[in-house]
Write a protein that binds this ligand. Sequence first.
Ligand SMILES: NC(=O)c1ccc[n+]([C@@H]2O[C@H](COP(=O)([O-])OP(=O)(O)OC[C@H]3O[C@@H](n4cnc5c(N)ncnc54)[C@H](O)[C@@H]3O)[C@@H](O)[C@H]2O)c1
Length: 200
Amino acid sequence: MAHDRILITGGAGKVATLLRPRLARPGRVLRLLDVRGPAPVEDAGDEEVLVSSIDDLDAMVAATADVDAIVHLGGQARESDAEEVLRLNAYGTYCVLEAARRNGVSRVILASSNHAAGFHTNHGVPDDGLPADVPGRPDTLYGWSKVAAEAAGQLYADRFGMDVICLRIGLWFPTPPGPRGLAMWLSPTTARGSSRRRSA
Ligand SMILES: NC(=O)c1ccc[n+]([C@@H]2O[C@H](COP(=O)([O-])OP(=O)(O)OC[C@H]3O[C@@H](n4cnc5c(N)ncnc54)[C@H](O)[C@@H]3O)[C@@H](O)[C@H]2O)c1
């Protein structure tokens, strides 16, 4: 049976908790990395737990060994001070990408946010959503750190040929949180609205 291993950083967080049963497959191992241990979930598959920090490059090199793909969710998930968001979301993402490169992991999915582009307008047309790959225009320090993370993904795609996908998540729930929330909702089961960043 084919065997693969996916590293999920922020493996104890809300997004990861919904992803774990959905990514479980026979022959697949999910390696959950976080600064805290994950809670048990129903219908989880084979899992490994690593308590470690994404801003520790040596630890990330160890964590990305024997990994086929990375789903990078760890870090500061809301507004904070500049030092915190840049250390965790910009430098932490660099550590994930650099560790992936050193271990030859060619596919990385980065969790970005609608806050990376929150100061774009849709010209007052509520249903006319922004294109998924509209340039960054952050509305917070957190959003700024997500633009920096996306740019790091672009660098590793352009320079090293890695396949880096940045998802600007708006709202992440199993079902849409009402009609107004639909515009921001990213379904955990069928993730759409991704922007793909590849080398030329
Ligand atoms: N939940 C949403 O609706 C939403 C919306 C937009 C973007 N996002 C993004 O998706 C990702 C996951 O969000 P979430 O809602 O699961 O957030 P969360 O806060 O529930 O999970 C983030 C996890 O990262 C871990 N973490 C913090 N510092 C770490 C470090 N130094 N090393 C390793 N792990 C660390 C935390 O312990 C936590 O478990 C984040 O990058 C967030 O910015 C989420």
